[in-house]
Design a protein around this ligand. Structure first.
Ligand SMILES: [Zn+2]
Length: 479
């Protein structure tokens, strides 16, 4: 056995320490590289998706925020790179702001919900390495929405500055084709105008998307829901329902007027819808089972979040089992405490158009890379049946009668048969303050479009809102 001198012993110990440290360092380096690779290939999307993760901001130096586009590939939000930093631009100002939201002073709308996609680059790894070496940033992925740019523009023109909203959907798929709200903010100047926009004294609701966040009494459009409940409770006998309207109805000692008070005479369910007979609907409403009625409204979407990608309010049906006759009567024809968003009203309309199946509305269609390769396609839940095909067909015929021989000839279109329902909702117990609704689909027998027009303090459903719905349908089917 070799004998070591003290000096050799000490050197040996030093070398041993160096070997150990070297081995440890190598091990750390290997695990670091492995960790990075694992993160790159498996954890990247997931980690970036965590809302509490601030990496997006750090990423700003590496990724140029992607575009938001309409379904016909018109760019509605993009990023201009300047020496002073990136500027997010919205080429159409107010037009698409309710959809895109803004990306300054925080983020809203699609800018917020789709942030992880817009700040991720799916150009090839080779391209990314090349960009890194050249000290160039990678282009973020782009969001393709379901919005039809021309239709959006047309709806904005038709609304013509009135306070309100127009929401348009493809009834079979849930694709939102247009979403217009007025007044609207310009997403380009949110930062400059922040104080005015958020001033407590500013009661214009300009930052609200009225389509999804506005809550209003539904007026007579709600008769469709009351009719559905009556059909579900009387599946064999509803076609034989008859009521003779004398022009008024007295419940709990209070008289409620119907129409001009002259009476609609004898009506069946179809005619009660076509003429919007309040008295017949009070008669029907007082016969309904309130818990079942509540359950129907939940199936239609009341109390639930209707759309995932942008902020929305919950519609409410507040009739309780012990509600008084007067409140039930008011609720039956849309004047109780029920509150609906225009999107909720549109969903009900589209469900009828779709033969009784309710679909999921959506705005985000797919994510594409800067090289236009599909990275991700959003999928929707299968639709849910709410009423039978026969019941949906019956309501369709009644909604055709609304336009052809009932309250709303103003919604007629030279392009095709329109099916619709008007609503004039009094609010704040005032007979002068009225919201105007019209909700419709077309062509009635093979629907491709469903539209809900809502005009705040806009007058009468038939006179004021119905012509706008007819115009939008004509445009969509003839352009
Ligand atoms: Zn009547």
């Amino acid at each position: 056995m070799k004998n070591y001198t003290k000096r050799e012993e000490s050197r040996f110990q030093e070398n041993k320490q160096i070997y150990v440290i070297g081995a440890l360092l190598s091990l750390m380096l290997v695990s670091l590289i492995a960790g990075l690779l694992v993160f790159e290939f498996t954890g990247r999307q997931e980690t970036l998706a965590r809302p509490e993760n601030n990496r997006y901001e750090a990423n700003d130096s590496r990724v140029v925020r992607g575009e938001i586009e309409t379904s016909d590939r018109v760019v509605i939000a993009d990023t201009r790179v300047t020496e002073d930093g990136d500027v997010r631009e919205y080429p159409f100002g107010v037009l698409f702001s309710p959809v895109t939201g803004y990306s300054s002073m925080g983020r809203t709308g699609l800018e917020s919900s789709m942030n992880r996609y817009l700040m991720t680059s799916s150009v090839s790894l080779g391209q990314q390495v090349k960009n890194d070496l050249l000290d160039q940033r990678n282009p973020g992925d782009h969001l393709i929405t379901t919005i039809d740019s021309d239709l959006q523009h047309h709806c904005w023109e038709v609304l013509a500055g009135r306070t309100g909203s127009v929401t348009v959907m493809e009834p079979s798929s849930g694709r939102i084709l247009a979403m217009v709200t007025s007044p609207a903010f310009d997403a380009n100047t949110v930062k400059e105008n922040w104080e005015t926009l958020t001033d407590p004294g500013n009661d214009t609701g300009i930052l609200l998307n009225r389509c999804t966040q506005g809550l209003y009494p539904p007026g007579s459009t709600f008769k469709l829901v009351t009719a559905m409940e009556f059909m579900r409770e009387n599946p064999e006998t509803y076609p034989y329902y008859r009521y003779t309207c004398s022009g008024h109805y007295t419940v709990d000692g209070q008289e409620i007027l119907c129409g001009d008070g002259n009476g609609h005479g004898e009506v069946d369910l179809r005619k009660a819808i076509a003429l919007s007979c309040n008295a017949a609907f009070i008669d029907i409403g007082l016969k309904l089972d309130i818990p079942l009625w509540q359950s129907l409204t939940r199936e239609l979407g009341f109390g639930g979040k209707l759309i995932q990608e942008i902020p929305s309010s919950l519609s409410s049906f507040s009739l309780a089992e012990d509600s008084k006759g007067f409140e039930t009567a008011q609720t039956a024809f849309g004047q109780g405490k029920t509150m609906e968003t225009p999107l909720q009203n549109l969903l009900i309309t589209a469900m009828i158009a779709n033969g009784g199946v309710r679909v999921q509305p959506y705005l985000a269609d797919q994510i594409v890379s800067d090289h236009n390769e599909t990275v991700f396609r959003f999928t929707q839940d299968a639709g849910k049946r709410v009423i039978t095909k026969e019941q949906a067909d019956y309501l369709t015929d009644a909604m055709i009668a609304v336009v052809n021989e009932g309250t709303s000839p103003q919604a007629a279109s030279p392009a095709c048969q329109v099916a619709g329902k008007s609503g004039t909702a009094q609010y704040a117990s005032s007979f002068e303050n009225m919201h105007a609704w019209f909700t419709a689909f077309a062509p009635a027998k093979e629907p491709v479009i469903a539209v809900t027009v809502m005009l705040e303090k806009g007058g009468y459903g038939s006179a004021d809102a119905a012509p706008l719905a007819g115009d939008i349908i004509t445009y969509y089917l003839t352009r």
